[in-house]
Design a protein around this ligand. Structure first.
Ligand code: GDP
Length: 299
């Protein structure tokens, strides 16, 4: 879990290097600032956060001046500030009295929900937690099989229903199983069809309500595929409108993703990025850390 920096550094470095080179120019004229803005927007940082960052950089450069050495320190401080290092990124996965913690994992199909549930189960089991999985993605035919395979690999039970069955009743059964087994955590995989917002709202709302008949939902983790750039931002907005998201998971940051999307999505939703996916393997999930992330960008 400590490889965030090393793993990101390989693919994400260009944003940081580009910015550093620009900020270290002898004269920071209007053109240089425009280049800095373009670099940030091209890296998916988003327009509003870019403007905020450039404004702060310009003020600091005016007041403090900037040498090549300072440029790195200033950029680092301001990027970390943009990611708000004071946000609570811990996962709520502790039992409460006789109740397991319940985590719903939501997001558009293909973003990496099932994989994230599997990886997270592995992390929790490694922490000696008793975990139950709920395969409430009954829309995608192979999703329950895929989840069960993860479950078997990690050594935890997967509660599943018939294909095309009712996601809410599977979620309910999984939580019931969790309570019966005195589990620490129940992880619920869900379907993410974006055909209509009301359809999504109805389904996720129902899953949550039905779970809440027997246990509190502690986390709703929204999974965003970082390689989809601004599309991911649009998805995030839709989900945030239909359910109270408590944390973000940015997947596929090992690939062609531009790191800036992490900043854009978190700023947009005001919800902390809690985890990042760095590959398809069981160990490829890392807790998000703003400082490590920025260091990877600037390395
Ligand atoms: P779901 O439909 O949202 O449940 O998505 P899946 O979990 O089935 O993942 C879709 C595809 O993305 C699969 O091929 C996964 O192996 C892959 N995937 C998921 N997370 C990551 C990641 O962090 N990095 C990479 N490179 N691939 C990932």
């Amino acid at each position: 879990l400590v490889r965030l920096r090393a793993r990101l550094a390989r693919s994400q470095g260009s944003l940081g290097k580009g910015l550093l080179a620009l900020l270290s120019r002898d004269t920071l004229d209007e053109e240089a600032w425009e280049d800095i803005e373009t670099t940030l927007i091209t890296a998916d940082v988003g327009v509003a956060p870019t403007q905020e960052l450039v404004e702060r950089l310009r003020t600091r450069v005016r007041v403090e001046g900037v040498t090549a050495d300072q440029a790195r320190a200033i950029l680092r401080e301001e990027l970390v500030a943009l990611l708000d290092p004071t946000l609570d990124r811990s996962l709520k996965v502790e039992r409460k009295g006789d109740q397991p913690a319940v985590v719903m994992v939501v997001g558009v199909n293909g973003t990496g929900k099932t994989t994230t549930v599997g990886k997270l189960a592995r992390v929790l089991v490694a922490e000696d937690k008793h975990v139950v999985l709920g395969a409430a993605d009954t829309f995608r035919a192979a999703a329950a099989d895929q989840l069960q395979t993860w479950g078997e690999r990690v050594g935890v039970r997967t509660v599943r229903g018939p294909e095309g069955g009712d996601p809410a009743s599977i979620a309910f059964e999984a939580v019931k199983q969790g309570i019966d087994e005195s589990a620490d955590v129940v992880l619920i995989d869900t379907a993410g069809r974006l055909h209509t917002k009301t359809g999504l709202m109805d389904e996720l709302g129902k899953v949550k309500r039905v779970i809440e008949k027997s246990a509190e939902v502690d986390e709703v983790l929204l999974v965003i595929d970082a390689t989809t750039g601004q599309n991911g931002l649009t998805q995030a907005r839709v989900f945030a409108e239909v359910i109270n998201v408590t944390g973000l998971v940015l997947t596929k940051l090992d690939g062609t993703a531009k790191g800036g999307i992490v900043i854009a999505v978190q700023r947009e939703l005001g919800v902390p990025v809690k985890l990042v996916g760095l590959g398809e393997g069981a160990d490829d999930l890392a807790p998000f850390d703003a400082e490590q992330f920025v260091d990877a960008l600037l390395d």
